[in-house]
Design a protein around this ligand. Sequence first.
Ligand code: BG6
Ligand code: MG
Length: 218
Amino acid sequence: DIKGFVFDLDGVITDTSVFHSQAWHQVADKVGVTWDDELADALKGISRMDSLNLILKKDHKENDFSEAEKEALATEKNDNYLKLVNQMTPANILPGIQDFLATVKAKGYLLSLASASKNSPLVLKKLGLSDYFPKAVDPATLTHGKPDPEIFRRGAEILDLQPGECIGVEDAAAGVQSINAAGETSIGIGDPQILSAAAINFTDTTQLTLANIQQRLA
Ligand code: BG6
Ligand code: MG
C-alpha cells in the first residue's frame, strides 16, 4: 500500500528548472561552452558541482579550470539563480500542485522532499509551501547524487516508510532512475520519451491527481 510521496522540487513543484537553466546558460556563455536543450535536460536533478563539470566536459574544457576557479563559477551560477528565486511568489507553484499536496495531506499520506538543491528551503518559503515539507533530505549529507538511489531511499526513511510504500515524483531522467533504484514507484512529469523509465508518466503537473495515479496503478 502506498503511504507516502517523496517529492522532487525543481521542475515538479515549481518552475525553477527554467531558472537553473538560465543561470547555467550565463555561465556556459562565459566559459565558451555552447548551450543546447540536450545539455539543459542532462543537468536536471544534478548537483551544482556535477552540473558545472558536465557543462565543461561538453566542450572538453574540464581541465581548463582550477578547483578555485570552478568554485567561483559555481558561486556565480548560484548568485544568478538567487536573483531569480528572490522574485518568486506562490504564483510560481506549478498548476495543480497545491491542490495535490493539500489533498494527499488531508488523506493522511506522508510527504517528504528529495531535492538535490541546497536552495530548496528558500524556494519552499518563497512559494509558501514550507509547512508541507517538515521532512526533507538535506542534500549536503549525501554521498551520491541522483541517479544514485540514496536520496530517494532517505526520503522514505525520514517518513519511517519502506520504499515500496512510497511514490517518488520527478521531472528528471536521473531522478526517475534514482526512484526506481530505491524501489519506489516512479512518477515522471514531462516528456515521456525522456522519462520512459517512469512507472507512470504525466506530461504536466495538472495530470497529477490521486484519481489518475490510482487509474494508472490499477
Ligand atoms: C536540482 C536541480 O533540483 O538541484 C538542478 O534540478 C540543480 O538543476 C540542483 O543543479 C542543485 O541545486 P542548487 O540550488 O543546490 O545549486
Ligand atoms: Mg527536478
